[in-house]
Design a protein around this ligand. Structure first.
Ligand SMILES: NC(=O)c1ccc[n+]([C@@H]2O[C@H](COP(=O)([O-])OP(=O)(O)OC[C@H]3O[C@@H](n4cnc5c(N)ncnc54)[C@H](O)[C@@H]3O)[C@@H](O)[C@H]2O)c1
Length: 350
């Protein structure tokens, strides 16, 4: 079976934790290039690939131009503010792109990528939104779609703990690379999931974050999807847990938002417990971490192939998330998070 030649561009933590352990098991794509301006990062990524049974000799390169002839498609796993220009260049050179989240850091850049992809019809621009393949998220999607919850009324999402991801550079903390903090990083997963579950009819009601010109570590967003009220609380500082509760007129479902989800419950309005415990995966959702990324890459490869299979998450999905994050940071609904210490100082000064 023919497989596409794949470059991993950006050989940091996401490449090593998500894509490279999966690649040896992917049949539709084979790794042919590892690109990173820091050669040691490409070498580190190659070691991970080998540890997981990867074969062949992917070309190490310090720029995508250097590796241009050795790949047809790329996973873009570079810092957020570098996504747009890199993907634009790749699409213009006829390369397919699987883009890490968030697609871009501005709506204008997201629009530009959609246009470039449309202007280069042979190319695929797909989003890496792997939570769609988490069993608990897919379960919620099914419960909403098949009416098991009745009419959905409320969603309350809390995801917060001291920051624990280990990027190999300052990409998540340097504003020039990260653009935003917890909302850009975790929020892109959360917002994509909400659009997937609840549809595109969304109004941003209120948003608070603690950015104060730097990166947000704490945020609280109130959204309305149709008639569903949604509260999203995110933190890189506070232990909020990792939990989402979706309340309908007939039943309420609660999931852990991490992988694996842990305790999930489905309880009817009358209090009958229909489910308690972890959720078994139903394809394409996957119960093993590596299998998630195998599935994501197989889907991307199939999207790039002659069957032109639909990607699990599209560039339009990516743009929707970028637009919402931007509206949170810069739109009229944004307010600075309360700063009780400032109030106290004002009081004592008065
Ligand atoms: N899907 C997920 O669950 C998930 C998880 C973590 C991170 N991510 C995303 O992956 C991306 C990378 O995050 P990370 O944690 O790996 O960061 P990181 O800092 O660990 O790695 C980034 C890598 O990109 C390299 N790089 C920088 N500019 C480059 C360029 N122009 N060309 C090639 N390489 C370049 C850096 O040298 C570094 O090796 C981000 O978009 C992040 O949001 C996704």
């Amino acid at each position: 079976m023919s497989s596409i030649r794949l470059a991993v561009i950006g050989c940091g933590a996401a490449a090593r934790a998500c894509h490279l352990p999966a690649l040896p098991q992917v049949t539709g794509a084979r790794l042919t290039a590892l690109v990173d301006p820091d050669a040691a990062h490409a070498e580190g990524a190659f070691q991970v690939y080998r540890e997981y049974g990867g074969s062949g000799s992917p070309q190490p390169a310090t720029s995508w131009q250097e590796a241009l002839g050795s790949f047809d498609a790329a996973v873009v796993a570079v810092p957020h503010t570098r996504h747009a220009q890199l993907a634009d260049d790749l699409l213009r050179h006829g390369k397919h792109v699987l883009m890490e989240k968030p697609m871009t850091t501005s709506p204008a850049d997201a629009e530009m990528l959609l246009k470039t992809a449309a202007d280069h019809p042979g190319t695929v621009l797909a989003m890496a939104h792997p939570r769609r393949l988490f069993p608990a998220y897919a379960w919620v999607h099914r419960l909403i779609r098949n009416g098991a919850l009745g009419t959905v009324k409320r969603v309350h999402w809390t995801e917060g703990h001291p920051y624990s991801w280990e990027p190999v550079t300052w990409s998540m903390f340097d504003r020039r690379l990260a653009h935003g903090g917890v909302l850009t990083d975790t929020g892109s997963h959360v917002f994509d999931s909400l659009f997937w579950w609840l549809g595109e009819d969304m109004t941003l009601m209120d948003h608070q974050d603690d950015a104060m010109g730097g990166l947000d570590s704490d945020s609280r967003t109130w959204l309305r999807f149709g008639t569903v009220d949604v509260i999203v609380e995110l933190s890189r500082l506070r232990p909020l847990g990792t939990c989402c509760t979706i309340t309908g007129t007939e039943a309420e479902v609660t999931i852990g938002t991490d992988f694996p989800a842990g305790e999930c419950t489905l309880v009817t309005r009358s209090g009958e417990v229909l489910h308690r415990g972890d959720v078994a995966p139903i394809a394409p959702a996957q119960g093993e971490w590596e299998a998630l990324f195998v599935e994501q890459l197989e889907n991307f490869a199939a999207a790039c192939g002659p069957q032109a299979v639909a990607p699990y998450s599209t560039a339009e999905d990516g743009k929707r998330v970028v637009d919402l994050i931007d509206a949170c940071y810069h739109g009229p609904a944004r307010r600075a998070a309360p700063q009780p210490w400032t109030v106290n100082r004002t009081r004592s000064a008065a």
